[in-house]
Structures are given as C-alpha cells and as structure tokens.
Design a protein around this ligand. Sequence first.
Ligand code: FEO
Ligand code: CA
Ligand code: CA
Ligand code: CA
Length: 608
Amino acid sequence: MAISRRRFLKTTSAAGTVGFFAANPIGDAIAKTISADSTLMGFEPISASTTDSIKAPPGYQAEVLISWGDPLFKGAPKFDQRNDSKAQELQFGDNNDGMTFFQLSDSRAVLAVNNEYTNNEYLYVHQGKRINADDVRKSQAAHGVSIVELVKISGNWQVNLDGRLNRRITAYSKMEMTGVASGHELLKTTADPSGKQILGTFNNCANGLTPWGTYLTCEENFNGYFANSSDKGLGESYERYGLGAKDRGYDWFKYDKRFDMAAEPNEPHRHGWVVEIDPMNPNSTPKKRSALGRFKHENAALTVNSDGHVVVYLGDDERGEHLYKFVSKNKYVVGADSNRDLLEEGTLFVAKFNGAEGELKGQGHWLELTWGRNGLTPENGFPDPASVVIFARMAATQVGATTMDRPEWVAIHPDNKSVYCTLTNNKYRGVKETQPVNAVSPREKNPYGHILRWNPLNDDHTADTFEWDIYVLAGNPEVHQSGLMAGSENINKDNMFNSPDGIGFDKGGRLWIQTDGKYTNKGKFAGMGNNQMLCGDPRTGEIHRFLTGPIACEITGLTFSPDHKTMFIGVQHPGEDLAPSHFPDGGNSIPRSSVIMITRTDGGEIGA
Ligand code: FEO
Ligand code: CA
Ligand code: CA
Ligand code: CA
C-alpha cells in the first residue's frame, strides 16, 4: 500500500497540476491516514476481471440463492422466458437491487428484496418488439418487491417455498399514501378520488431498515414509465422530474391508462416516494411516506439520534439534484407501537455545502423545507405544505441547495458518528451553468465518481451544521499520471474502479462499495474490468477489491446474516443490451439477475 504514497509524490510533480494535493488539506489528510496496517480487512484482494463469472478472494465461495423468474411459492411455474404475467406474479421479480435480511430464528429468516426494473431484451421472447397487454402486466409483475422466506439446512440458507411470509408486491399492489400529501388534490385520479389509495410501487432501487422491523423501499426512476399521448406539454413541475412525451420503452401507457399523463396527469405524483413495508405480515398494506419527499429516491439510511428522533438520509439520484435529511417529529421509544407512525410526520431538510474550491472539505448546512419558511410560500409556487414534499426538488432549488454529482446510497458508520454518500458520476458537472465545479464536486464531468462523508455537529444528527470531506475520489492512476482524475491517495492500479453506487457498513465498520459503472475496460476505464465490490477501512483509508461480477452486470444490494457468516449481494442485469453473458445458468441460457450468497469455506465472518 506504500505505493499509493509514492505515486502521490511522483504524480504531483507533473506540470499543470503541481502541488494540487499538497495544497489541499484533504489530500494531506488522506495521505497521512493511509497505511498498510488495516486489521479490519483479512482477505486477499483480487484483481479486476472481464470474465462471465463471480470472482471472490481465496477461501470464499459464491452461490446463487434465487434468480429472476424462480418460483416463490409451492406449485409456481419454473422460470421460462415464455412465462406470462400470472406466472411472474408467483415468481421472484427482475433486476434485484437493495435488500434486507431479517432473522426470525436460528434456522428461519426473511429476505426483502427490491426488483427495480426489467430488460425488454430478456423479459420477452420477442425482445420487446410487439408488446401486448399481458406483456405489460408481466413487466408490472416483475417490478416491486419480493419477500422471500429462507430456511437454514445443514448450515446453508435456502429459499423456503412453503414459507407463509413469501409475498410479491408489484406495480399494481394496493398501497396507502400517508403523511402531509395524503388526500391532496394533486394525488387524486379517476380511479382514486380519495388521493390516498395508490396502486403499486416500481423502479424500487435501494432500501432502508427501521429499528421497529419494517423495510423501506425507495422509488427511483418512476418517470420512465409515464408517457403523454397528447401534444400539450404538462409544464415545469413535470419537466423537473423528467416526465415528458415518451416513456423509457416500457409501453405500459398503451395498455394501462394510468400511465398516460394525458388521461391521468396526477398519477405521476403518486410515485417517487419511500414506501414502508412490514415483511412479517403478508396481509399488511405498504405505506407511502410522503413526509420523506418526492424525488428519485436511491436509498433511505435511518438512524435513531441520541435524543430519540429518527433521522433518515436520502439521496436523489440525478445529475445536479440534491441530498436530503428527514427528522421525525416524534421520538423512538424501544418496543412502543407508536414507532410505526414515526415516518408519518417530520421535517425535511436539504444539504448546502460550503468549502473553498480545491479544498475537498468544508462545512455544510441543512436547509429546512417547511412550508412558509425560506421562501416556500404561495408567491413562489408553494400554495400549501403538501406542495413542498410533492415538488421537493423545486423546494430544494428555492432554498438554495447545492447541486450534486448524482447522490446514490447513504450509509451510516456503526459508531453513528459519520455518514457516507456515493456520488456516482456526473457528465454535466462544470458543463451546465447550474452545476459548477466546486469543493464538493471538484471534477469537471466527474467520470469516476467519489464518496463524500460528513460528521454532524456534536454527533447530533438533528443539528443544522456538519463538517464534510471526501473519503475517496475514484480515478485511474494508470491513464492519468497526475491530478484529480488519477484519483485520491487511496486509489492505485490494483484497486481502481468507477461509479461507486451501493455502499453499506458491516458491524465491524468495514465499508463495502459496489459499482455501477463503465465496464468497457478501455480508455479512461482501462484496467477496471467488470463491475465489482470493494471493501474499505475508513480508519486507514485502504480500499481492497473483494469481488468481481459477470459481464455487463452491476453489483448492487447488500445485507448480512446477523452472524456475518453469510453476505447477500445482488448481480443486476448481467448481459444487459444483449452483451454476451449467460450468468448464472451457463450454456446458451439467457442471463438473469440473481441474489448471491457469499460465505467462507472455513465458516468465518465475511471480510475478517
Ligand atoms: Fe437505482 Fe441510482 O440507482
Ligand atoms: Ca443504484
Ligand atoms: Ca447507479
Ligand atoms: Ca441499476
């Protein structure tokens, strides 16, 4: 690991970027803290890979738990590309993403898994060329959430088709809108004049967990399912959310009128929320939590503050959008039933970052998004409290929030003091006027992404002020001999990667980093190989590559059994856009998104 320090000394001597790191405190800070003596990471780092398989360190094994289309109930049809919507309703959904493991007993558990989207090229035998009504229903059934009961047999977790908690939640399951926007005019539709009874959740990206045992699923690119069959534009509030004339090729609007905004202009207001699900009650109605705002939610990182308030950190994954924080009105009380309503009411905040350009650290502030304050008034287009959460993005602009490089997952260190957020990449940084290069977004077009972290003042997550710095700037030190594109001090030829996305801490404080980046292995991305998972020691700064995925996949989603002997991760969309992958079944099979279990051959804890 000493190479990293040597490279720093060598690369900063190049003309044009002389002394950049030397002149910047974070560069110095990272350089000082990097050492090769991590006692946290006990595995042998692996090299980059372009093969159609999963690679893990020596002494580790990877096994498929469940793949798209596998039965979820006894008697459900086996996977077949020709399966119809009725079959899909009884099978594991597609494109698994964020997930949480809930242990029920030594040998019984539940895994709640998001199913983000579908790939037409594999969902249908006709690859999406002639979509009919049942195809649309099948696509909707492949979206949402899969609740999967697990049983441990001879030390191995496997799917239990008899489990009474097995459940599919789809793009047409019944849910309830709660909080400040529930019942608002803007949420009323022909089918639901109450504005409270919503159908479905889709584009469920990443997730969150509450201490009262519920699962949070986050609606991300909901705009991609809506089209406008009329030639009349819908206006600024639609444009800000990417809602336009065309959908992203799902064609739902052709057979399900609620996805045609010309017919149902309020339907898109009913999506883009965080949804709370009780996985222990298969008859429970999922609740959309409007107090947490409407945007392209990535995940929901929840903590109980020292004073009992529940704080949830939330990223809005879009170039130039923002980072948010929710603080509950009421307080968490161990064991109380009232905890179940904590996400119903509270205050939303959005982040503003300060810091001198080139410093990569500074102070930040949370700006309150409360109706009647900070210019969130009728004169500025916010007629009532609900309008602030329904159009949270516009409220964030109104109060002067900082535009970010696509905030993806947020993760809170187990010591509950520092918070990390991936900023995956942003080709508009320094290009669009509203997205200038600055301290927190230091690179023009940011092709590699970075991971930001902050500490709330006095370790109080409800505080308005925080101190921030950059934990890692991903980069390619082989292609760029110097400067910010080479990456920060803790990046070297052996661990380089691009586009960090999924992150999470294990109980030991290891930071697991998953990538959703360019896998060309060429040009700027040469030497990085397929998407992958790395492990970081936040104390020493070291980052080691732990796992590599198959062709054209993203690695996303992570959760552990409480003994940390099984790690569950997701392989999402292997072979997307018809890239040559046959993962996981091999032969001539079509590739399928899958949940993978990682264990150690000696039965030890993962990463240790
Ligand atoms: Fe679904 Fe921003 O990733
Ligand atoms: Ca993601
Ligand atoms: Ca991503
Ligand atoms: Ca993805």
